[in-house]
Design a protein around this ligand. Sequence first.
Ligand SMILES: [Zn+2]
Length: 309
Amino acid sequence: MSRVFTSARCQLHAPPYFPERPARLTAALEGAAGAGWEIEECESHPGARAAVLALHSPAYVERFERAAARGDGLLDSADNPLDGGTWDASWAAVSCALAAADWLMAAADRKAFAAVRPPGHHAERDMAMGFCFFANAALAADHLVRVHGCERVAVVDFDVHHGNGSQHLFEERADVLYASVHQAPFYPGTGAADERGRGAGKGTTVNVPLPAGTGDERLREAFEAEVLPALERFAPRALVVSAGFDGWSLDPVGGWDLSDAAYGWLGSRLAAVAAAHCDGRVLSLLEGGYSLEGLRGLTATYLRALAGG
Ligand SMILES: [Zn+2]
C-alpha cells in the first residue's frame, strides 16, 4: 500500500519571489497522483508539539513563534523569510510527517510520502536555515523511535544538499543512522566524508560528497559502495528518506547531472533495503527540488519505483 500525506496548510508559507514556493508542492502532488498514490489530507497531529520539542530547543520554538507573531520578515537567515503563514505551514509539515509515520507502522509493506513544505533537513536544533524551519524527516525518525519503539531507524538523504540539521540532531545517537549523498563543495558546507558521528553515534553518520556534474553512474557507484553497505550493516527497522529532487540535470539550484532514471533507481534500491530489513516500510519526505517540471516527473518516477511498479 502506498499513500501521500499532505496538507493545504503547507501552502500558507508563500514569501514573494522565493524559490521554495507553493507551486513546488502542487507539482510534487501531481507527480504522486500520476504514480497512482492515494492522497490524504492531514489534520494537526496531537504529538506534533512533543515531537518538535524532543529535537528542537524550546528557546528556538519560542523565538520562531514570537518572530511570526510580530510579523518579522526573516528568521535567522536571509534564506528563511517569514510571512503570515510560515508558522502554520511549518507545523502542518510536521503533522503530515508524523501522520505518515503512524500510518507506516500500522501494517507491513507500507510506503508513505509526506508531501510537505517548508522542507526540513537544514533546520538545526536552535536555528532555521536553508529554507527549513522544523526538521521534518528527523522528527519523523525520532517519532518512530520514541513512539513506535523502532530500535534502529535509518535516514537516507539524496537531496543535492547535505542535510546538516539531520546529521547534527543524530550524530551522537546510535539508534538513528544518517546517510547522505550530496554535492560538494556546495551549500551548506557540511558533510565531509570524515564526519562519521561522535560518541555513541560514532559510525552511524555516513557522508558521500560528490562533485558538481555528478551523473547517474557516479551516483550509483557511490550508493553501492557506501550507502547500501552501511544500511546492510545497520539493519534499520524503519527507513526514512529525505527525498530532494534538486540533483536533477535541469534543476536551477543544484549542480548535478542526474537523469529521471536515477530517481527510479533510487526508489528501487531503497524499496529493496526496506524489504530486507523494514518489513517493506519506507517513509519518504519532500525536501528540495526547484524545477516544477522536475518535481512533477521525478516524484512520479521515484514513487512508482518505490512502490514496485
Ligand atoms: Zn536541496
